[in-house]
Design a protein around this ligand. Structure first.
Ligand SMILES: Nc1ncnc2c1ncn2[C@@H]1O[C@H](COP(=O)(O)OP(=O)(O)OP(=O)(O)O)[C@@H](O)[C@H]1O
Ligand SMILES: [Mg+2]
Length: 269
């Protein structure tokens, strides 16, 4: 299990001694789960979580944005217990756009709580719509099949980015995208991160994506869900696609793959 040690930096997200039981406590899927993310105000953090299907990754993100309460344990945001009115952006594994609204209204919705004029909201929303490659689709309703699955996912991503959130949770956000769009979205996200330096927790099953985007990668085991490995990604701060061919990058990908196979084999013994 990974031990987290506090430094002088302020905490931004902390989960302590989390346990998740179901069936009136007969089964538990997460136990003794701890995670500490410290704030790096002018830099942000890019945290990636990897782990087998069903180990509890989405559940952890749901705790942080307040959609689910753990059976026991504590969740702190910026050093304070998570409040009901704490608003944290999340991009879900499944499309979460609002089908009765247009693309533009979906994205601008993320700004309605900021007291901006309609004109400002539209301008800002259009900037992000362009960034995610949906310019020309803004008047369409955000529903399938008017927009494809990958386009709908980009609407959800745009909505989460538009308000420059301090914390951004992303649950396999690029899973449904074609290769080219996925690579473009990875670079777009890295660009957003460099510009606004939020703290991002990003869940993926794609190891090269984890290494390309992450500062710190945490691997979770299943039964019980716990963080068992921490990998510090010691690669340049600004990454380009060429880096994916660098022997250091490739080595890291295979090392992580080996770790995941080893962790999984412990579970299936
Ligand atoms: N109401 C429930 N009753 C029993 N088990 C549940 C319930 N809700 C969730 N679970 C279990 O919790 C575990 C964790 O689910 P979670 O969605 O967090 O996994 P995950 O790591 O995100 O998986 P994936 O990579 O497939 O998205 C799963 O094994 C799931 O079956
Ligand atoms: Mg999940």
């Amino acid at each position: 299990m990974v031990e987290f040690v506090k430094t002088h930096l302020p905490d931004i997200i902390e989960l302590k001694n989390i346990r998740q039981t179901y069936d009136n406590g007969k089964t538990y899927i997460i136990d003794n789960f701890n995670l500490l993310i410290e704030d790096k105000p002018s830099q942000g953090q890019f945290i990636v979580i990897l782990g087998a299907s069903g180990c509890g990754k989405s559940t952890i993100l749901r705790y942080i944005c307040g959609l689910q309460k753990p059976s026991s344990g504590e969740v702190y945001i910026e050093g304070k217990p998570l409040q009901d009115d704490t608003h944290i952006s999340m991009v879900f594994q499944k499309y979460s756009s609002l089908p009765w609204m247009t693309v533009l209204d979906n994205v601008a919705l993320g700004l309605t709580f900021q007291g901006m004029s309609k004109k400002e909201r539209t301008e800002k929303a259009m900037e992000i719509i362009e960034l995610v490659g949906l310019k020309g689709h803004e008047k369409k309703y955000a529903q399938y099949p008017t927009l494809s699955g990958g386009q709908l996912q980009r609407v959800a991503i745009a909505r989460s980015l538009v308000a420059n959130p301090k914390i951004l949770l992303m649950d396999e956000p690029f899973g449904a995208l074609d290769v080219n769009t996925r690579l473009r979205m990875q670079d777009m996200l890295a660009e957003v991160w460099h510009k606004f330096h939020p703290t991002i927790i990003f869940v993926t099953h794609d190891i090269p994506e984890a290494v390309y985007l992450g500062d710190d990668i945490f691997i979770m085991q299943a039964n019980p869900g716990q963080i068992v490995r921490h990998i510090r990604v010691d690669l340049p701060f600004f990454r380009t696609r060429e880096l994916k061919r660098d022997p250091k990058f490739v080595k890291m990908v295979y090392e992580i793959e080996d770790m995941m196979i080893e962790i999984n084999s412990r579970n299936t013994k």
